[in-house]
Design a protein around this ligand. Structure first.
Ligand code: NAP
Length: 273
C-alpha cells in the first residue's frame, strides 16, 4: 500500500506573509520526502490541537499570537520551552501533542556563526517571547545578559526571572556589551521605517544582531552600518529554527544552505532587489 503524504503546518494569525511554507517545502523536496507544509490561519490556540488530530498533521510551527497560549492545549512540553515560556514547535505522535521551542536553538546556531557566548555580554532589547528565547540561550551557553525594554515593568520582571540587570531604553547609549540583540518587533514588515531605538544612541558594542528577517536589512541595521558597527540579520536564526523543526519531526538532516538560499531569494525579491 502506498504511504500517505506526510503533512506539516504553520499555525498563526496572520500566516499569509510567512516564508515558512516556501522554505519547508523546498527542503522536503530536496530531501525526497513525500511531504507537504501548509499555512493555516487559526484565531484560537485550542483549535490547533483539534486540527492536527483531524488532518493527521505530524508536526507544526506556531507563530504569533499562539506561542504562549498553547501551554493549556498540549500533553507535554520540553524543559526549554517551559523555561522560555513559549512553544514554537508541535509534534503529534501516538495521539499526544508535545510542545518544543526551536527559536532558542536557531538563535544559538545564528550567533555561533559570528561570535561565541561564553564570557560575552549581550544587550537584549525587548521583553517578549523572542527576548525570553535569547536570554535562555545566552545563559545556557554561559554568556552574560542585560535587558533593555520600552516598558519598564515588563523588563524589570523579566530581569528578576532570568537574574539579569534591567535598564530603561533611554540608558541604552550609556551601556557597553559585546552584542546588541534586537528582540523587538519594531522595524518589521510592513512598518519598515521604524527602529526600536529611535532617539537613543547605540551602546558601545562589537555587533548588532536583529532577530527580524523581513526586511532583510532593517532600519536598525542600516543605522548601525552608518555608525560603523557590524550587523547580522535575523535570516540565519529563521533558517535554523526551521531546520531544527525538520530534525525533530523527521529525524533527518535538512538542507540548511538551500533553505537559506530560498528564504533569502524570496526576501530580496520582495524588497525589489
Ligand atoms: P512580542 O512578544 O510581541 O514582543 C515584542 C517586544 O517588542 C516587546 O518587548 C515590546 O516592548 C517591543 N516593541 C514593540 N514595538 C516597539 C517599539 N516601537 N519600540 C520599542 N520596543 C518595541 O514579540 P516576539 O514574539 O518576542 O517577537 C519579536 C520579534 O522577533 C518579531 O519581529 C519576530 O518576527 C522576531 N522573531 C524572529 C525569529 C527568527 O527566527 N528570526 C524568531 C522569533 C521571533 P514593550 O514590552 O514595551 O511592549
Amino acid at each position: 500500500m502506498k504511504r500517505k503524504k506526510r503533512l506539516f503546518a504553520l499555525f498563526g494569525n496572520p500566516v499569509a506573509q510567512s516564508l515558512s511554507p516556501l522554505m519547508h517545502n523546498a527542503a522536503y523536496k530536496a530531501m525526497k520526502l513525500d511531504a507537504r507544509y501548509i499555512a493555516i490561519r487559526k484565531e484560537k490556540a485550542r483549535d490547533i490541537a483539534k486540527e492536527m488530530a483531524l488532518c493527521n498533521i505530524e508536526g507544526a510551527s506556531v507563530t504569533i499570537p499562539h506561542k504562549t497560549a498553547l501551554f493549556d492545549c498540549i500533553d507535554s512540553v520540553s524543559d526549554s520551552a517551559l523555561k522560555i515560556g513559549a512553544v514554537n514547535t508541535l509534534t503529534f505522535h501516538n495521539g499526544t501533542l508535545k510542545g518544543d521551542n526551536t527559536d532558542w536553538t536557531g538563535f544559538v546556531h545564528a550567533v555561533e556563526m559570528f561570535t561565541t557566548f561564553k564570557g560575552n555580554t549581550f544587550i537584549v532589547l525587548g521583553a517578549g517571547g523572542a527576548a525570553r528565547a535569547a536570554l535562555f540561550a545566552i545563559l545556557k551557553k554561559e554568556g552574560r545578559a542585560v535587558i533593555v525594554n520600552r516598558t519598564q515593568s515588563k523588563g524589570e520582571s523579566l530581569g528578576r526571572e532570568f537574574g539579569c540587570d534591567f535598564f530603561p531604553l533611554k540608558h541604552l547609549g550609556a551601556l557597553e556589551g559585546h552584542c546588541l540583540i534586537n528582540c523587538t518587533s519594531a522595524g518589521m514588515h510592513p512598518l519598515i521605517d521604524r527602529s526600536p531605538i529611535e532617539g537613543s544612541a547605540f551602546p558601545r558594542c562589537s555587533f548588532v544582531m536583529d532577530m527580524i528577517y523581513n526586511p532583510l536589512k532593517t532600519k536598525l541595521c542600516a543605522d548601525a552600518d552608518h555608525a560603523g558597527i557590524p550587523t547580522v540579520t535575523g535570516l540565519s536564526m529563521f533558517v535554523h529554527q526551521g531546520a531544527d523543526q525538520i530534525r525533530l519531526w523527521t529525524k533527518l538532516e535538512p538542507p540548511v544552505e538551500l533553505m537559506r538560499h530560498i528564504a533569502e531569494r524570496a526576501l530580496s525579491h520582495e524588497a525589489g532587489q
